[in-house]
Ligand binder design. Structure first.
Ligand SMILES: [Ca+2]
Ligand SMILES: [Ca+2]
Ligand SMILES: [Ca+2]
Length: 463
């Protein structure tokens, strides 16, 4: 078996090597008001496609999700508001998506629409085929409707459950597309559907999570996709193991097989979710290039490049007086998960490695001994700094980091967690970052020593 898997693996990699390097990839969400986000506060941020888009950013920055939902739309082509007669349908086709999520049927359950139920299969196949025939050859997933918790607007839960869902199964077989069971995924969530039909933001999040259960091809969360992640796939070969079900991209098919290896091979040696990365390997000039995103940092105050003096190639030597590097906005600390890491050498008590202008000091040292702390904290009155007892100013190289995981805060020094607690809703800011001085550029907060290899991820990474 192992031999077969290795053979398959090699084949998969060869296949992938013949594929062009991928550009931006689009998921088109086709649906009705539940997809559109009717009744959801801040729809652009909280509709299920918007929330899924943020989840997919952790898979790969290239994936984008677009909402093509139309309130009241039906799957049936002769019902009261056929999706295929809406401009959103033509826009979705024109967008040439790489993946399509179809979630229709709820409005078809209304009695005057369901009178046309004999057309449901043929009309559904028409919709699937119109996407499948696009030059972009998208992978298509079709969804069971979510439950109707009240038979509101004429929508019938009995029709959805007893008639539409079995038909969706037949359609999936006829076209060999994957089904996503949103009916079961949401069946316990009536409290998240204020009118019984439309989810609120939390309900939309459950829909997004049911469609996109995985978050990254870096299964062991060590920052990079490599052989260790591949061996996790091999260990679960032939199983339904959601953690590794990344193929077909991006939502999987409830089975771990060669398709997952193919997707993994596409990401081999990449670092998913790395949204900013300053290697600080420059030898001169006033720009520190961002290797992951588009946020080059401006070097201010005249720190000295150390092309051979870094932990990883070059580094930046700061003078504790007025040297720092400034960037545009990268990340708001209100995000559910993110990670920041840097290598440092030198420094002194009360100095800062990384801060957000006018926000918080993300990585700094305490005022007495030079222990690593973070001032990223909750907005409530008793919220406090997270304090480690690990001195990082002893003139040795240290790899320091802060990881936000849901409600947890963790500080790391040299791969070891040195402080951890629970802290809800960190204070937010949409300002840029300072590398090497405090949030208000106060005297005494400027770093005195070397900083190297500063990385920011939009997900949890365990060093
Ligand atoms: Ca990994
Ligand atoms: Ca799979
Ligand atoms: Ca470097």
């Amino acid at each position: 078996m192992k031999k077969i898997i290795s053979l398959v693996l090699i084949l998969a990699i060869l296949l992938v090597l013949t594929v062009e390097v991928a550009n931006a990839k689009l998921v088109a969400c086709v649906g009705d008001s539940i997809t559109y986000g009717s009744g959801i506060s801040n729809r652009d941020y909280n509709s299920y496609p918007a929330q899924m888009g943020r989840m997919l950013q952790k898979f790969d920055n290239q994936w984008q999700v677009q909402n093509f939902g139309v309130s009241g739309a039906t799957l049936l082509r002769n019902a009261d508001k056929p999706y295929v007669q809406q401009s959103a349908y033509n826009q979705a086709l024109a967008a040439e998506p790489d993946a399509v999520i179809i979630k229709l049927g709820t409005n078809d359950s209304k009695p005057h629409n369901w009178a046309l139920k004999d057309d449901f299969i043929s009309d559904y196949l028409f919709l699937i085929d119109s996407f499948a025939e696009l030059p972009s050859k998208p992978k298509i997933w079709i969804c069971y409707p979510v439950p109707a918790f009240n038979d509101n607007f004429g929508i019938s839960n009995a029709v959805i459950k007893d008639e539409i869902i079995p038909l969706v199964n037949q359609i999936a077989e006829l076209r060999d597309v994957e089904v996503i069971d949103l009916y079961a995924a949401l069946s316990g969530a009536s409290a998240l559907f204020p009118d019984g039909i439309h989810p609120n933001a939390e309900g939309a999040k459950l829909i997004a999570e049911a469609i996109a259960p995985i978050s990254t091809p870096d299964f062991n969360a060590d920052g990079i996709v490599d052989a260790a992640d591949m061996s996790i796939i091999v260990d679960h070969w032939g199983e339904n193991y959601p953690l590794c079900d990344i193929g077909p991209a991006p939502f999987g098919d409830n089975m771990i097989d060669v398709q997952d290896l193919i997707v993994l091979a596409e990401y081999l040696f990449t670092e998913p979710g790395l949204i900013a990365y300053w290697k600080l390997d420059e030898t001169e000039g006033i720009v520190a290039r961002d290797s992951a995103g588009a946020n080059d940092a401006n070097i201010i105050g005249g720190p000295i490049w150390q092309p051979t003096g870094g932990m990883v190639d070059g580094a930046l030597l700061l003078d504790s007086v007025d040297d720092f590097a400034g960037t545009d906005f990268i990340l708001n600390p209100t995000e559910e998960s993110f990670s920041v890491f840097a290598w440092v050498k030198g420094g002194a008590a009360r100095q800062t490695v990384l801060s957000q202008a006018g926000g918080a000091n993300w990585l700094s040292t305490d005022s007495s001994d030079g222990n690593l702390i973070t001032e990223l904290k909750g907005t409530y009155r008793a919220a406090s700094t997270l304090q480690s007892q690990t001195i990082i100013t002893d003139d040795l190289w240290h790899h320091i980091g802060f990881v936000r995981d849901g409600s947890d805060r963790t500080l790391y020094v040299d791969g070891v967690p040195v402080a951890q607690d629970i802290q809800d809703s960190l204070g937010g800011s949409e300002n840029g970052l300072y590398i090497g001085c405090g949030k208000a550029m106060e005297a005494g907060t400027y770093w005195s020593g070397l900083i190297d290899d500063v990385r920011i991820y939009n997900r949890v990474v365990i060093p």
